[in-house]
Design a binder for this molecule. Structure first.
Ligand SMILES: O=P(O)(O)OC[C@H]1O[C@H](O)[C@H](O)[C@@H](O)[C@@H]1O
Ligand SMILES: [Fe+2]
Length: 192
């Protein structure tokens, strides 16, 4: 299938739940995130208990060419592992120079970003807020509320996902709950 054989189409995404009635989502239970949370004991206990669904999102089957866009919703459920809020794995794009835009439909949370040069940043999601992830920044969504955090995203279809860097080095920063509020701390597992 080449870029110009893609026919126009429309898809439904609920404004509150983010769910589509017509497409199957990709699901990430906690067990798919081994080593990513700071508290390994709390992680193992939750996986053994009921291996909760942490997030789900939609992956479109479009040709991965520069002219196509991949888009869809991401639904990140509320919860914590130890005192660390539920989050997505996060990734760099394989084509590092690829940006991405996320628009928050419901819930509240944050996008934690860092680039290979060592800069990091956090931007907050509330309904109606769009967050821009510039080229070179790894990005991870974090749910800081009690409702699902629902975002709509779009990015160049050839960008690819690089998970390896995050899996081996981790993020520089973590977001944990302290005295009932989010606090950004250094990741004790982070490796230079
Ligand atoms: O890839 P993860 O960090 O697990 O996040 C899951 C998904 O979240 C977002 O919706 C991104 O736009 C997707 O490209 C990504 O695959
Ligand atoms: Fe991305």
């Amino acid at each position: 299938m080449s870029e110009n054989t893609v026919k126009p189409f429309a898809l439904d995404f609920d404004l509150i739940t983010g769910l589509s009635q017509t497409k199957e989502s990709t699901k990430r239970p906690l067990s798919k995130m081994k080593g990513m949370y700071a508290d390994d004991a709390a992680f193992e206990a939750a996986v053994q208990n009921n291996d909760p669904l942490v997030y789900e999102y939609y992956e479109l089957d479009l040709p991965e060419t520069p002219g196509n866009l991949l888009f869809g919703t991401s639904i990140l459920y509320p919860g914590k592992v130890g005192n660390e809020y539920y989050m997505t794995k996060g990734h760099f794009h394989t084509i590092l120079e690829t940006g991405e835009v996320y628009y928050c439909l419901s819930g509240n949370g944050a996008m934690l970003m860092e680039n290979p040069e060592g800069d990091w940043d956090i931007q907050y999601f509330t309904p109606g807020q769009a967050v821009y992830v510039p080229p070179r920044y790894a990005h991870r969504s974090i749910n800081l509320g009690n409702e699902p955090l629902v975002t709509f995203y779009a990015y160049r279809a050839d960008a690819g996902h690089d998970y390896g860097t995050i899996e081996t080095k981790g993020y520089r920063k973590l977001v944990v709950e302290k005295d009932g509020k989010p606090e950004i701390i250094d990741n004790p597992k982070w490796k230079e």
